[in-house]
Design a protein around this ligand. Structure first.
Ligand code: DC
Length: 222
């Protein structure tokens, strides 16, 4: 099947690492987090109350989310298109960050998105990145990696990313939000963030991105 699952907390570097591993192997890269972000962005756009679980779940079921290989060389690892609109960067805005964990806790949302993700994962030759890929979406993945890093290191990386895009950022605020999202993601009742029993845990605090990629590529040939 040749499927690699990479799970881990917010801003642990999963997307950067995952897309480079996929490139090196000639596999498809699929960041499942963008689907939860796309549902959140669409709900906000249509002024749906985020605490209305039924209405938010209906969006996940009814609105097609298109995730395609990147069309522009602006640092994106894929294009995210909803209702004809490219929301690749819009779905990373703070308003989405603030609401996406609640959206990802809804059973109807998880069922609709996990089913689509599983279908793509089972085709093989794919690197899938998320929170529950090794535990729920593709438990039969050939290689499961849990990529971890301290909250401080992850907040610093997110801060650097925003500054590099020429936007304003406040490190202390980012750190608080990273910790809040960790808490919601790992304590939710459904598919909480945790390493699969057979996942290889990689702590990236003292590793640069290339060292993490090399580790994963070496594990994949075992
Ligand atoms: O990886 P990210 O920050 O883009 O993820 C956005 C949100 O989606 C995050 O709160 C966790 C959730 N998520 C999830 O519950 N399951 C996944 N497979 C991927 C993301």
């Amino acid at each position: 099947m040749n499927t690699i699952a990479i799970d881990g907390p917010a801003a642990s570097g999963k997307s950067t690492v995952g897309s480079k591993v996929a490139n090196a192997l000639g596999y498809l890269f699929f960041d499942t987090g963008v689907m939860y972000r796309a549902v959140t962005w669409t709900a906000l756009k249509h002024k749906v109350n985020i605490s209305d679980e039924g209405a938010v779940s209906a969006i996940a079921k009814d609105i097609p989310i298109d995730v395609q290989p990147p069309s522009t060389d602006d640092g994106r690892s894929s294009d995210v298109v909803v209702e004809g609109e490219d929301i690749t960067w819009a779905c990373r805005k703070p308003e989405v960050d603030a609401n996406v964990s609640a959206v990802a806790s809804y059973a109807g949302v998880r069922a609709a998105l996990s089913e689509q993700q599983r279908r793509i994962g089972l085709r093989g030759k794919v690197v899938m990145v998320g929170r529950d890929i090794g535990t729920v979406v593709i438990p039969e993945a050939n290689l499961k990696v849990y990529l971890d890093a301290s909250a401080e290191e992850r907040a610093k990386r997110r801060y650097d990313e925003i500054i590099a895009r020429g936007e304003d950022a406040d490190y202390a605020e980012i750190l608080t939000k990273v910790k809040e999202r960790d808490h919601v993601d790992s304590t939710r009742a459904l598919s909480p963030l945790r390493p699969a029993d057979d996942a290889v845990i990689i702590d990236s605090d003292n590793l640069d991105i290339n060292q993490v990629i090399e580790k994963i590529l070496a594990l994949n040939t075992r």
